[in-house]
Design a protein around this ligand. Structure first.
Ligand SMILES: Nc1nc2c(ncn2[C@@H]2O[C@H](COP(=O)(O)OP(=O)(O)OP(=O)(O)O)[C@@H](O)[C@H]2O)c(=O)[nH]1
Ligand SMILES: [Mg+2]
Length: 323
């Protein structure tokens, strides 16, 4: 076992930060750590807080962190920054907001970049969550902007999805329908102090009563004012209820099984796609065929098959051209 794995299992926060970085950098040691700690995992509970920019996700996350701490749970916060970590204004704001938690040894905060895939969750998210588990964190709160794929991605990573809406977004309910609404385990209308809050709540209520749902879980519709903390206890209760539901129905286990499979096949897909590019780039014959495709001289479909045949040669011959 690597020394860093031992320190991680002892709950050393520096080892935790370092091992997350290893994973982010694709360092082979990161994989060794993952292997070292795997049998010691307890199954950390993951809650996603998602919604459009500025709906109050960080404020909610901060309040929830407080409540989880009051219940003696250790908390990890993963803030998924749509641009880059530590530079964007939003992340600076989050840092100030989360300041009091930085002093608390029971709280671990990390921001993560999406690496240009706007709206995408970092692909190593499941791995990072496992590292947090290894370090002994009880709960992880994942804050992500719910645009494009992110909202959909987040349900592949967390156990409970909180979709946050604000009164101002009343008209955009149509757009939410496409993906975000389906993945919600809990709806929260934040900024209930703003005009139009009641109308928003009615609109969602309407949506909920007209949409056909065969899920056993009845998605609760909550409202709150995260800045004052109002409604945040109810949010905590709803998360706890959903957690219990997930365990009792066996859904937690089912989702996690599916997630592990998806994770492994995602890693393989990524590996094969990298390998394909590498092989093509190192093989002058394949490269020239591709540039003919690019120029429109040869038909792409049959050329792709020819490329694949060429690749199997490259694999067999260790990357060298066949004799
Ligand atoms: N009026 C009102 N303002 C709120 C409430 N909750 C949060 N805010 C304010 O809304 C602004 C955005 O809050 P954040 O928590 O940063 O929102 P966010 O969703 O994390 O924003 P991004 O991470 O940039 O997407 C801040 O100025 C908050 O103080 C609320 O209940 N009522
Ligand atoms: Mg935020």
């Amino acid at each position: 076992m690597l020394d860093i794995s031992k320190r991680l299992l002892d709950g050393d926060k520096r080892a935790l930060s370092q091992s997350i970085s290893l994973l982010e950098r694709n360092d082979p040691d990161g994989i060794l750590v993952m292997k070292d700690v795997y049998t010691s995992l307890k199954g950390i509970y993951c809650v996603g807080i998602t919604g459009s920019p500025g709906v109050g996700k960080s404020t909610i996350t901060s309040k929830l962190t407080e409540i989880f701490r009051d219940h003696s749970f250790s908390v990890a916060v993963l803030a998924v920054d749509p641009t880059s970590p530590y530079t964007g204004g939003a992340i600076l704001g989050d840092r100030i907001r989360m300041n009091k938690h930085y002093e608390d040894p029971g709280v671990f905060i990390r921001s993560m970049a999406t690496r240009g895939r706007l709206g995408g969750l970092p692909r190593m998210m499941n791995g990072v969550i496992r590292l947090l588990d290894a370090a002994g964190q009880d709960v992880v709160l994942v804050e992500t902007v719910g645009v494009g794929q992110t909202g959909v991605d987040v349900s592949n990573v967390v156990d409970t999805v909180v979709v946050t809406l604000v009164p101002e977004g009343g008209d955009s309910i149509q757009t939410f329908k496409a993906g975000l609404m389906e993945i919600a385990d809990i709806y929260l209308v934040n900024k209930a102090d703003r005009p139009g809050a009641q109308r928003m709540i009615h609109a969602i209520d309407n949506y909920l009563s007209t949409s056909i749902s065969n899920r056993e879980w009845t998605v609760p519709l909550l409202s709150g004012k995260a800045v004052t903390g109002e409604g945040m206890d109810k949010l905590y209760d709803a998360i706890k209820l959903h957690y219990e539901f997930m365990i009792e129905t066996g859904l937690l286990d089912k989702r996690r099984r599916e997630r592990r499979l998806k994770e492994a096949s995602g890693i393989m897909e990524e590996y094969f796609s990298k390998l394909t590019n590498q092989l093509i780039n190192n093989d002058p014959k394949l490269k020239s065929l591709l540039s003919m495709v690019e120029d429109g001289q040869v038909e792409p479909y049959s050329s792709a098959i020819e490329l694949l045949n060429g690749l199997s040669y490259s694999l067999e011959w260790g990357g060298n051209s066949p004799p």
